[in-house]
Design a protein around this ligand. Structure first.
Ligand code: TYD
Ligand code: MG
Length: 454
């Protein structure tokens, strides 16, 4: 019987189906299955090993040098990558179209070239003239970056497969690349996967650091870079709210560094500008003495970030009350509301509640609970939280405020930014020597700041 030569692949999660369906059973996304031709699958080895070479197993102990690094010259990018690019590694830079990926990588290319590294920027989206225009806008026309506009992976591979080739290669974007041996259209899952695989293999053999740009669309109409996440060493997401100048580069996977670091940039007429002190930026537009506003002393990776949390409790019209959250988890908001009602007697079940993290930052920490609760109570009662108070702490279901990590760093940052008081959870009992040393630090940091434990 002749086998069907087509299959349906979910462009979001990569699940394969023999028949088309409106909804992917794997990830639950709608309209993500597209028809692609069945690619050759390797035959199983069958029977015994044939022609394989014995591999040598070694012990865990033994010397391995830390991977060498190429600092990019953009310190926010270095922070997120864990100290610079690792030769032979692949980085995926994902983000919505228009968020600034090409801008960031053009600047990174120029900065790297400035440190003497040979860089190739291959654009499949824009013609050379357009890339040059952007470089001119960024004031980077003098940078020694090799530029090409190409989409055929066979040509690109032939160019890069060179021992004297570039040490950093930027592919903008992976969705425009295609391998002519596949029938599927560029941007389809098979193409994205095959092209990434080929480029990553080249990066490993030739030792260059590879940046792959990937667009993320909510509709899933372009192959989601999610399928590439396991193929690359590092996944960076470039995010930001439209209408805000801030752009945040976040590591969601990193084989060579921590994943909770963020890099903060500001998009200006002259390109992306690094923001060394995000707290000052996020608090810049704060108006003092209004109800429903509270400053949260948060942490992003190793760096403290103070942001304003805004809440609005409004009388609800007909129907079920609205809950709208920007920058925080809506489930977490529901929990804080429930605790406020059950433990503090603040019933907001009949009110509309809006919560916003000012500046477009997205907070994932439960440590923001207390600041959210303070903002909600402030709005509900019409009492402003004093402008020089910073708040942090996790709220438990029984209404208790729980200790959170890095209290010292948060307090230090608040003191540095001129806050006079902090509402903080009770301190953890010091454990062993490390804890005792930490305690010594604490008394120092709190000098400028009154810490009220709640
Ligand atoms: P771009 O890097 O092309 O986004 P992506 O590659 O992620 O699709 O940047 C797109 C936006 O950035 C565009 O709307 C214009 C804006 N921009 C600036 O504001 N300043 C600049 O210096 C540059 C180059 C772009
Ligand atoms: Mg682009």
């Amino acid at each position: 019987m002749a086998k069907s030569t087509t299959q349906y692949i979910c462009q979001s999660c990569g699940a394969v189906y023999a028949k088309w369906a409106g909804r992917c059973e794997g990830c639950g996304e709608w309209n993500t299955l597209t028809e692609e031709s069945r690619t050759e699958t390797p035959k199983a080895l069958g029977g015994g090993p044939r022609g394989g070479r014995k591999i040598e197993l070694v012990g865990l102990a033994g010397q391995s040098a830390a991977p060498p690094r190429m600092p990019t010259g953009i310190s926010e990018l270095d922070r997120v990558t864990g100290g610079g690019l690792v030769p032979g590694s692949a980085l995926l830079v994902g983000g919505d179209p228009g968020i600034g990926k090409s801008t960031l990588l053009t600047q990174a290319a120029a900065a790297l070239a400035g440190t003497g590294v040979s860089v190739a920027y291959i654009s499949g989206e824009e013609a050379v003239a357009q890339v040059r225009l952007r470089a001119a806008r960024l004031g980077l026309t003098d940078a020694n970056v090799g530029l090409a506009s190409a989409t055929n992976l066979r040509d690109i591979a032939a160019t890069l497969d060179d021992p004297n080739g570039p040490k950093v290669v930027i592919i903008d974007s992976i969705q425009t690349m295609y391998l002519d041996s596949l029938d599927s259209a560029p941007g389809s899952l098979s193409q994205v996967r095959a092209c990434s695989h080929e480029l990553i293999r080249l990066a490993k053999t030739r030792g260059f650091a590879l940046f792959l740009v990937g667009h993320v669309t909510k509709e899933g109409s372009i192959a989601g870079p999610r399928v590439m996440e396991h193929m690359v060493d590092t996944v960076l997401y470039f995010e930001g709210e439209r209408g805000h100048q801030f752009r945040i580069l976040r590591a969601v996977k990193n084989r060579f560094g921590a994943t909770d670091e963020i890099g903060v940039f500001e998009m200006t007429d002259g390109g992306l500008v690094e923001v060394a002190n995000p707290s000052a930026l996020f608090l810049a537009e704060r108006r003092g003495n209004v109800s429903g506003s509270c400053v949260f002393a948060g942490m992003e990776g190793t760096r403290p970030v103070l942001v304003e949390i805004q809440a609005l409790v409004a009388t609800s019209g007909a129907g079920s009350p609205r809950r709208a959250v920007v920058g925080w988890d809506s489930g977490r908001l529901a929990m804080v509301l429930a605790v406020l009602e059950a433990r503090c007697g603040l019933a907001l079940a009949g009110n509309d509640v809006y919560l916003n993290v000012a500046g477009g930052l997205r907070i994932a920490e439960p440590a923001a609970d207390l600041a959210v609760a303070a903002a909600l109570m402030s709005s509900a009662t019409g009492t402003p939280v004093p402008a020089d108070v910073a708040v942090f702490g996790e709220i438990g279901l029984s209404g208790e405020v729980r200790p959170v990590s890095q209290a010292d760093v948060r307090l230090k940052e608040a003191a540095k930014l001129g806050f006079a008081e902090a509402l903080a959870p009770p301190r953890r009992k010091p454990r062993g020597k490390a804890g005792a040393a930490g305690k010594g630090d604490q008394s120092k940091t709190t000098e400028a700041l009154r810490v009220r434990e709640v």
